[in-house]
Design a protein around this ligand. Structure first.
Ligand SMILES: Cc1cc2nc3c(=O)[nH]c(=O)nc-3n(C[C@H](O)[C@H](O)[C@H](O)COP(=O)(O)O)c2cc1C
Length: 317
C-alpha cells in the first residue's frame, strides 16, 4: 500500500470515529452528563481515538516525505513495519468504533468492564506505536556535510569531521563531501539552468547538488578567506543555481568556520554570505554557526574545545 493510500485510509478511520464521538457528546449534552466513571470513559475514549488516528495520519504525511531507503531503514530499526502498525491498529479502531456505535449510540448501553480494558489497551498500543515511529523519524535525518578547504591538515575539515561523527553517533545518515578531490568550474551566468533545471557545465557539481537537494540537514565547513567564505565554497554555491526553482528537502543549515584571527567580527561576513543563499530557500534556516578563531596553521585546531562543540552540534541536530 502506498503512503498516500495509507494516509487517506487513516483520515477515513479518524472520520469514522469522529461520528460516534459527535453522537455520544450530542446525546450527553441533550440527555445529561454521565453519572459514573464508566459513562465518562465511554464519552472520552472515542474522541481520544479520533485524535490519535488523526495524529497518526498526519505523521504518515511526514513519513512519506522520506525517501525509500530511509523508510526501509526506519522500519528495520523499529522492528515493526508500517504495515503491521497501520493495518492492525486501524482494524482495532474500526472494531472499537463499530462497538461504540452499536452498544452506546444505538442500544444506549453503559460501558462494560471488558470494554474499558480493551479500549485502554488499544489506546496504549496506539500511543506506544506513534511514539516509537515519531522518535525514529526524528532520529533519522539525511545529513550532508560539505567541507570546502583544500589544504591538507585543514582545521575546518576537522570541525566538519567532528560534526559528521556526532551526527552518525546520533543515528543519522551522513554523507561527507570534501571539495579537495572535486572538479568545480566557475558559473558562467548563462541562466539556462533556470529553464532546464540542469547546468550546461559538466563536472562534479550536479552530483553534489543532488545530495544537497535530498538532505534534511546541510552543513558547510569553510576557512575564512578575507572575512568571507572560501572562493571554492562560493563557486559551488553559484554553480548550484540550478536548484533554485526546484523542490528541496533541507530545513536546517549549519556553518563551521575557522580563521587565524579570533575577533567577534572575523566570521560575520561568512555568515552574511551564507545567509544570502539560505534566504533563497525559504523553508530552511541557519540553525547554528560554530566559529573557531586563532587557528592559522594546518592542524592547529588539534586539542581545541571547539572540536567537541562541533561533535555535540552534529549529535544534537
Ligand atoms: C587566502 C586566505 C585568506 C585568509 N583570510 C583570512 C582572514 O580574512 N581572516 C583570518 O582571520 N584568517 C584568514 N586566513 C587564515 C585562514 O582562515 C586560517 O588559516 C584557517 O584556519 C584555514 O582553515 P583550513 O585549515 O580549514 O583551510 C586566510 C587564509 C588564506 C589562505
Amino acid at each position: 500500500m502506498s503512503d498516500k493510500l495509507i494516509r487517506v485510509f487513516l483520515f477515513l478511520v479518524a472520520l469514522f470515529l469522529a461520528v460516534p464521538s459527535y453522537l455520544l457528546w450530542r446525546n450527553a449534552i441533550i440527555d445529561g452528563w454521565p453519572e459514573d466513571f464508566n459513562g465518562w470513559l465511554g464519552l472520552i475514549l472515542p474522541p481520544a481515538f479520533t485524535i490519535t488516528a488523526l495524529l497518526y495520519a498526519i505523521f504518515y504525511r511526514h513519513a512519506s516525505q522520506m525517501d525509500e531507503t530511509l523508510q526501509k531503514h526506519m522500519d528495520k530499526k523499529t522492528g515493526c513495519g508500517k504495515v503491521i502498525f497501520v493495518t492492525l491498529f486501524s482494524i482495532l479502531f474500526i472494531l472499537v468504533g463499530a462497538e461504540v456505535i452499536v452498544s452506546h449510540v444505538v442500544k444506549h448501553e453503559p460501558v462494560q468492564t471488558w470494554e474499558y480494558y480493551a479500549y485502554t489497551l488499544i489506546f496504549v498500543l496506539w500511543v506506544v506505536g506513534i511514539t516509537v515511529k515519531l522518535k525514529n523519524t526524528n532520529i533519522m535525518k539525511n545529513v550532508v556535510v560539505i567541507s570546502t578547504s583544500l589544504r591538507p591538515g585543514s582545521n575546518s575539515n576537522m570541525l566538519a569531521e567532528q560534526f559528521a561523527e556526532g551526527a552518525r553517533v546520533a543515528g543519522h545518515q551522513v554523507e561527507f563531501i570534501s571539495l579537495r578531490d572535486k572538479e568545480i568550474k566557475f558559473c558562467i551566468g548563462c541562466l539556462s539552468c533556470q529553464k532546464t533545471g540542469a547546468c550546461v557545465i559538466e563536472d562534479d557539481v550536479p552530483a553534489i547538488m543532488e545530495s544537497v537537494l535530498n538532505a534534511d540537514v546541510v552543513c558547510w565547513a569553510t576557512p575564512i578567506y578575507y572575512y568571507e567564505m572560501s572562493g571554492q565554497m562560493k563557486t559551488l554555491i553559484d554553480r548550484m543555481n540550478a536548484m533554485y526553482p526546484k523542490d528541496y528537502r533541507f530545513r536546517e543549515v549549519y556553518l563551521l568556520t575557522t580563521a587565524a584571527e579570533n575577533e567577534d567580527y572575523t566570521s560575520a561576513g561568512t555568515e552574511n554570505g551564507l545567509m544570502g543563499w539560505i534566504e533563497c530557500y525559504e523553508k530552511s534556516e541557519l540553525k547554528g554557526h560554530l566559529f573557531c578563531g586563532g587557528v592559522g596553521g594546518p592542524k592547529e585546531i588539534e586539542g581545541n574545545a571547539k572540536l567537541h562543540e562541533a561533535y555535540e552540534m552534529g549529535k544534537n541536530i
